[in-house]
Design a protein around this ligand. Structure first.
Ligand code: CAA
Length: 390
């Protein structure tokens, strides 16, 4: 069976709060141009005390189930690198909050920011085996670095949910894929830490090397030449990274760097990540959402996706945009998810950043802050308790 398989529907959610980079710059005495121009970030999503990867993941996925039902979804894959439990999949909480049936397999996947692309590819394999089924892929992350560290300005949080199936309405995922793995310590988070550790410059070098590596493999596997792509969606730990990576790829392919071309290739893909910040696994799919939501008409055109996860794994693959896709977009809801965020000042952001949960099993009730559809009510007997807002 060679029927097309890909992304049938896509929806994202982000947090209750937002911190402007002007506030961060004012606090730490940085020239705000370093943030706005140097790294290409204007604001970052900040989770409320009662939000986490589960509440965002469920909020992202709920509209997909409202539109399509959940009867054909036999698998839920939850990709994250900001896991809330070492054993239980965050996907089970989402499955429960969304009232999905028990005839479902649910699993969590991890390889830094790359995890959602693995989830997408595994989902395609499952649908290839049984084209009647659909797979719900949820990518949700809270990006958190130490206060006052260089990484702080690249924090953010969001979740993307994708329904993967045969004869998709949005994007057909093509073969081949180009893949690359290298054992590097550019970014990692030991089990005992909440904030990631990162060697910033090393991480940029590792990303560029991985981009080159997966592109090389893509070419060797018989992929499309660079000229055939209308746009490129990169993993965007900060939006300027997409520009660094694309220029690197163009140079590497002997094209030289024409800045008009770079702007054309990437311009529409950074609009969401620019104001949300790094959402790790969700980031490259937020780039895709921004492109689809804003482009005039991409019907039949090829889009390149480059997924990178520190450590490191990268994959380059192509998606063909399905004619008629615009009728299935969620542009207004996506804009609303960004616009509904309440600005917080620096002191409030810092307090939220430093919040912690008891580790002794004591009952802990989280303050009711989010106006989103799901909330983390607290932790009781070491168990996280979630609520659906009435
Ligand atoms: N006006 C305009 N531009 C300015 C400026 C000013 N006043 N001051 C500085 N800049 C520019 C710099 O020239 C630089 O641009 P170039 O890279 O093009 O030269 C840019 O702003 C950043 O400046 P620095 O390199 O001095 O910034 P830094 O060292 O303080 O931190 C960082 C940058 C390393 C990315 C840091 O934010 C960080 O560690 N982030 C987390 C790690 C990360 O995101 N890595 C990306 C690759 S890893 C990955 O992709 C996986 C993942 O999601 C984590």
């Amino acid at each position: 069976d060679t029927s097309p398989i890909g992304i049938h529907d896509l929806s994202f959610a982000t947090t209750e709060y937002v911190l402007a980079h002007t506030a961060l710059a004012q606090h730490n005495g940085t020239d705000v141009a370093k943030y706005h121009k140097g790294i290409g970030q204007r604001s970052m999503s900040v989770p409320a005390a009662d939000e986490d990867i589960v509440t965002m993941g469920a909020a992202a996925a709920a509209p997909l189930l409202e539109r399509h039902g959940s009867e054909n979804i036999r698998t839920v894959i939850f990709a994250t690198e900001s896991s809330i439990d070492q054993a239980k999949s965050a996907g089970i909480y989402v499955h429960s909050l969304l009232g999905m049936g028990s005839a479902t397999r649910v699993v969590e996947l991890k390889q830094a920011c790359y995890g959602a692309t693995a989830a997408l590819q595994f989902a395609i394999g499952l649908v290839r085996r049984d084209p009647a089924q659909r797979v719900l892929v949820v990518a949700a992350d809270v990006s958190k670095y130490e206060l006052d560290s260089p990484g702080e300005a690249t924090q953010g949080a969001a979740a993307v949910a994708m329904l993967v199936g045969a004869e998709p309405a949005l994007v057909r995922i093509e073969e081949p894929s180009g893949v690359f793995t290298a054992d590097v310590m550019d970014f990692w988070r030991p089990n005992y830490r909440e904030a990631a550790l990162v060697d910033g410059q090393e991480s940029i070098t590792a990303y560029l090397l991985a981009a080159e590596g997966c592109w090389k493999d893509y070419t060797e596997q018989g992929g499309r030449p660079l000229e055939e792509f209308t746009a490129f969606c990169y993993h965007q730990p900060f939006t300027k990274m997409a520009y660094k990576a694309h220029r690197h790829l163009l140079n590497h392919c002997g094209h030289g760097v024409d800045e008009d071309r770079v702007a054309r290739d990437l311009g529409l893909t950074t609009a969401y990540n620019n104001v949300i910040g790094n959402s790790y696994t969700a980031s490259v799919y937020l780039a895709l959402a921004a492109l689809l939501d804003q482009a005039d008409d991409l019907s039949g055109q090829a889009v390149g996706l480059l997924s990178y996860g520190s450590g490191s794994v990268a994959e380059f693959f192509a998606g063909t945009v399905v004619p008629g896709y615009r009728a299935h977009l969620r542009t207004a809801a996506h804009r609303a998810a960004i616009d509904r965020r309440e600005p917080v000042d620096h002191a409030r952001y810092r307090a939220l950043h430093e919040r912690s949960f008891p580790t002794d099993g004591e009952e802990h009730r989280t303050p009711a802050e989010t106006t989103g559809p799901f909330r983390l009510a607290g932790i009781r007997g070491h168990k996280r308790v979630y609520e659906t807002r009435a």
